[in-house]
Write a protein that binds this ligand. Structure first.
Ligand SMILES: Nc1nc(=O)c2c([nH]1)NC[C@@H]1CN(c3ccc(C(=O)N[C@@H](CCC(=O)O)C(=O)O)cc3)CN21
Ligand SMILES: O=c1ccn([C@H]2C[C@H](O)[C@@H](COP(=O)(O)O)O2)c(=O)[nH]1
Length: 264
């Protein structure tokens, strides 16, 4: 994960001060990319300890199509608490757009089901896309999608994934997002009888919040460890049948966690 450290250094060196919606203030650069070969290991940040449970439950919750935080709360995950209303609702965020994008004639499109069918039946297609950015519904979302679109690519028996983010909290959000899409790519590959290929992250407004600067500098003093491995213990019947217990991360060696306040 040296390239993640390089990105932090890049922002410290080239970032310009920008005010932001949360009032916290950031230093920010525009448009960056990171690449991970999933055959070389599972891309978990090792220069601080990550809470894998939150990442995996959030992904399973997206895939279930849910947009109420009840499932997360029931599983001890609090990362969406600040954005939910008094009923726990977030509006039509990721899960809703991924699984039931509304059509003008009152139907709904299950983009996840469709993209998996396409990958299986027409792997060479250049249209393996899932979009969470629905301009007609963004106004009703607690937070407009940050990772707003992802694309799969099949070549030589391998499945690669690129995910795009319009806005990136590089210290708190990005390590979660990279791990989450790595899990998703492994799962889709397994479902389509492919090997995992590359994971590519593309970021737009890539920032460090001003109240994360000390944490970032501490992280930059730490040497990365070798990457762990992901083991998926069985092959579920469909992409919607994975359970938390199906996943095991083997050999995750990391430096201690680093606390930081989240900008709301
Ligand atoms: N400012 C901001 N940054 C984000 O990354 C972010 C948002 N807002 N809003 C929506 C979601 C929620 N996400 C979050 C929220 C909290 C943590 C966080 O506090 N992480 C802690 C561990 C917390 C835990 O797992 O319980 C960390 O140290 O990584 C991470 C991602 C990602 N998103
Ligand atoms: O998965 C996520 C979700 C959110 N973020 C970050 C990016 C920004 O710091 C905020 C969103 O604020 P906007 O004003 O809507 O851009 O949350 C993330 O990094 N990853």
């Amino acid at each position: 994960m040296q390239n993640y450290k390089d990105l932090l250094s890049d922002i410290l060196e080239h970032g310009v001060q920008k005010e932001d919606r949360t009032g916290t203030g950031t230093i920010s650069v525009f448009a960056r990319q990171l690449r991970y070969d999933l055959a070389e290991g599972f891309p978990l940040i090792t220069t601080k300890k990550l809470h894998i449970k939150s990442i995996l439950h959030e992904l399973l919750w997206f895939l279930s199509g849910e947009t109420n935080i009840k499932y997360l709360r029931d599983n001890g995950v609090t990362i969406w608490d600040e954005w939910a209303d008094e009923n726990g609702d977030l509006g039509p965020v990721y899960g809703s757009q991924w699984r039931s994008w509304p059509t003008p004639d009152g139907q709904a499109i299950d983009q996840i089901r469709q993209v998996i069918e396409q990958i299986r039946n027409n792997p060479d297609s250049r249209r393996h896309l899932v979009s969470a950015w629905n301009p007609a519904e963004v106004g009703r979302m607690a937070l407009p999608p940050c990772h707003y679109v992802f694309q799969f690519y099949v070549a030589e028996g391998k499945l690669s994934c690129m995910f795009n983010m319009r806005s990136v909290d590089t210290f708190l959000g990005l390590p979660f997002n990279i791990a989450s899409y790595a899990f998703l790519t492994h799962m889709v590959a397994q479902q389509c009888d492919l090997e995992p290929g590359e994971l590519i992250w593309t970021g737009g407004d890539v920032h460090i919040y001003l109240n994360h600067l000390e944490q970032v500098k501490l992280q930059l003093t730490r040497e990365p460890f070798p990457l762990p491995k992901l083991i998926i213990k069985r092959k579920p019947d469909s992409i919607f049948d994975y359970r938390f217990e199906d996943f095991e991360i083997e050999g995750y060696q990391s430096h201690p966690s680093i606390k930081a306040p989240i900008a709301v």
